[in-house]
Design a protein around this ligand. Structure first.
Ligand SMILES: [Fe+2]
Length: 357
């Protein structure tokens, strides 16, 4: 049994972002500096409580975070602030994950790729605060920070209790500008985490409780007429947090490994890739796949086509390798002999079905 850890402190509510300055103040003893890692979308439209010696970096999140990118950001941050008193991540899952990884690497030697795996981080990172600006990934609560490693054809995070945030600021006002499609795809990440978690074999009562409540909130939001109404943005922010807690207490299943395959081979963003996979999960999550179709149609969301030609032999091989490498979630979903079921042929067939090619 694992000794579970959750985020230490959180503030939830409309306008809670205003508390950031107050939370940072006691940490700024001797004028110590703060590193802000912020989604580039907020470059001009968010007032940060910045002091002159702080370091602010705006991150372009069009591509998924990579290990090289994390190393580069760490280098820049260290050059400007060798020993920060806090790291603040403001943005979606990508930014929150980058901030976690940078926090860990400030206090652990080496490169980001050295810590891709389970429980490899030895020392606690720099005190870190997450301010999510889109809901669903659960990055604000989870014990991982997912990065693509192109050299190793691997998408994996630093799974460690040191990766968990110290403080959250959950302000539903910040999600008001999220585009509709993105809001749906990202929110679905939470739904999918919990669907996978409650169907797996590594279940426990606490993980289940988090998942069940998160699923209830997701259903309220995505089966309603206006998923982006303020009340629903509040609910989805909580669903995302609880979904992250659920994953910290269990594992995902079949969807995330296939989604990682799409991200590795076609560069598809995590949340959209999840939706493309979930759309064809009748064999693994039958009732939830029907429910997912209902949510798509209720919200009038059409999934884009990411490939419009047959898959090449090398793409099939890469997709297979990038999927079956995810041993823990696939064992959770299908048992230790999962490779007997997920043969190269079966995996290719599933991808062809998902991609409609
Ligand atoms: Fe996810």
């Amino acid at each position: 049994m694992r000794n579970s850890k959750n985020v230490q402190n959180y503030i939830f509510g409309r306008g809670s972002f205003q508390n950031l300055s107050e939370i940072l103040e006691p940490r700024r003893k001797n004028d110590e500096a703060v590193v802000f890692i912020v989604d580039h979308f907020f470059k001009t439209n968010l007032q940060l409580p910045v002091h002159p010696n702080d370091f602010v970096l705006h991150v372009d999140t069009r591509d998924e975070p990579t290990t090289e990118q994390v190393d580069e950001i760490l280098g820049k941050a260290k050059e400007s602030v060798p020993s920060p008193c806090a790291i603040v991540g403001i943005g979606g899952g990508s930014v929150l994950d980058i901030a976690k990884a940078v926090s860990n690497l400030f206090r652990n030697p080496g490169k980001a790729e050295d810590y891709q795996g389970w429980d490899l981080i030895k020392s606690p990172g720099v005190y870190k605060i997450a301010v999510p600006t889109i809901s669903g990934t659960g990055a604000e609560a989870s014990r991982t920070c997912v990065m693509v490693n192109h050299k190793k054809n691997l998408k994996l995070g630093m799974n460690s209790e040191h990766t968990i945030y110290d403080q959250l600021i959950l302000d539903p006002e910040l999600t008001i500008t999220v585009p509709r499609d993105q809001y749906f795809y990202t929110g679905m990440d939470s739904y999918i985490h919990c669907v996978e978690s409650v169907a797996g074999s590594y279940r426990n009562a606490i993980g289940d409780a988090f998942s069940e409540q998160s699923l209830k909130l997701c259903r309220d939001v995505f089966l309603s007429d206006d998923m982006q109404a303020f009340e629903n943005r509040e609910k989805l922010m909580i669903a995302s947090y609880l979904g992250g807690c659920a994953i910290a207490n269990s594992f995902v299943g079949v969807v995330h490994p296939f989604s990682a395959g799409l991200s590795m081979v076609f560069g598809t963003h995590h949340c959209l890739a999840n939706c493309i996979v979930m759309n064809s999960m009748e064999d693994y999550y039958p009732s939830e796949t029907i429910e997912f179709h209902k949510m798509l149609s209720r919200q009038k969301i059409e999934l884009p086509k990411i490939v419009s030609r047959p898959l090449t032999a090398s793409e099939k091989k890469d997709l297979y390798n990038a999927t079956v490498i995810h041993e823990k979630p696939l064992t959770n979903a299908l048992g230790p002999d999962y490779k007997k079921h997920l043969t190269e042929e079966r995996v290719s067939q599933l991808f062809e079905k998902m991609l409609g090619v």
